[in-house]
Design a protein around this ligand. Structure first.
Ligand code: PHE
Length: 345
């Protein structure tokens, strides 16, 4: 009997060490230690043994079972580790491979310019305000000293929706809105960037374009304040060496009125194709708020004065980025837009 047990042990240990997979190992376990296993059969047959032999054989079988179990456990953890290592090796990720590149959008040049302008004016204490693009004739013209039939209305070809409503031709409409909305009639310092519409369409004019309006109203605001403000704005926007030229002009809502030219930053004022050989480029309209406009919108022109200006966003962006056709801004060609995917702005 002892020999039979020793034989079983030897066979079992051999098979355990030879098992290559967890499944094989389990089969060995069942074969020897399972309910119908060989070692279990020995225990079952112990009834036939004498009373002296029984405890001896019993403890021998237990000993063998314990050692087989610990042998199985040892091999099991080896096999598990091996399986894990194989899995890790198989699923290994090569992190040095180049990844699939994600396409990122870029900020539109007009939005870049708007953000830059907002930063400049917010740093000088201005609020940024908004106004409707579908405007009333009253706010777009009448409250700006342009009554119906006024000849200066011809300066801006308009899209009327009905006799009283139009797509705003100028952000100046917001001047009247801000003044009217301020019930206490306290000082004002705002800019308003936004879309405007006129019936134009060629390389330098689009039927839709962007403007930024500026309005300051307070006691003792003078032309010097307007000049100083615009100088700071233009130099920050287009370069510290920019020179400004104020040309007398006419707008119904400002008096006196000026158009402001900036020295051409391509040729530095020498004359080139960008500035049509003049050395100057017109960038904005401005002036002191007309007393009629103050009065019409509830401000006392004896107490208050103010200045206003309006500049074309598209033109600023064209000059800043050297773009020759305004229509590029609105056709959304990715070959154009991709060029503004700069990380430094
Ligand atoms: N709104 C004028 C234009 O579109 C510009 C302007 C604004 C002029 C404010 C004077 C003051 O041409």
């Amino acid at each position: 009997m002892k020999e039979q047990i020793a034989q079983i042990k030897e066979n079992a240990i051999n098979e355990i060490t030879e098992a290559k997979t967890l499944q094989e190992l389990n089969d060995v376990r069942v074969k020897y230690l399972g309910k119908k296993g060989e070692l279990t059969a020995v225990l079952r047959g112990m009834g036939a043994l004498s009373a002296e032999e029984r405890p001896i054989i019993g403890s021998l079988v237990n000993e063998v079972r314990d050692s087989l179990e610990s042998e199985i456990q040892k091999n099991e953890s080896d096999l598990k580790e091996k399986a894990l290592n194989e899995k890790l090796e198989k699923e290994r990720i090569d992190i040095s491979l180049p990844s699939t590149k994600m396409k990122r959008g870029s900020k539109h040049p007009i939005n870049r310019v708007i953000e830059e302008i907002e930063d400049i004016f917010v740093s000088m204490g201005y609020d940024v305000v908004d106004g409707p693009e579908l405007e009333t004739d009253e706010y777009c013209f009448e409250r700006l000293n342009l009554p119906k039939g006024h000849p200066a209305r011809d300066m801006q070809d308009s899209f009327y929706v009905d006799p009283e409503h139009l797509l705003r031709t100028q952000t100046s409409a917001v001047q009247a809105r801000v003044m009217m909305a301020n019930e206490e009639k306290t000082p004002i310092r705002v800019i308003c960037p936004g879309k405007t519409y006129r019936r134009d369409d060629d390389a330098t004019h689009s039927h839709q374009f962007g403007q930024v309006e500026g309005l300051v109203i307070d006691e003792n605001v003078s032309l010097a304040d307007l000049k100083g403000t615009l100088e700071i704005f233009v130099r920050k926007m287009l370069g510290e060496n920019s020179k400004l030229r104020f040309r007398p002009s006419y707008f119904p809502f400002t008096e006196p009125s000026y158009e402001v030219d900036v020295s051409c930053f391509k040729c530095n004022g020498k004359g080139c194709n960008l500035c049509k050989q003049t050395g100057w480029i017109e960038i904005l309209g401005s002036g002191m708020v007309h007393p009629n406009v103050l009065e019409m919108n509830g401000y006392d022109p004896k107490k208050y004065t103010g200045f206003a200006f309006g500049t074309g966003l598209d033109r600023l962006a064209m000059f800043k980025y050297g773009i020759t056709d305004i229509r590029y801004f609105y056709t959304n060609d990715v070959r154009f837009l991709n060029q503004f995917d700069r990380k430094d702005v």
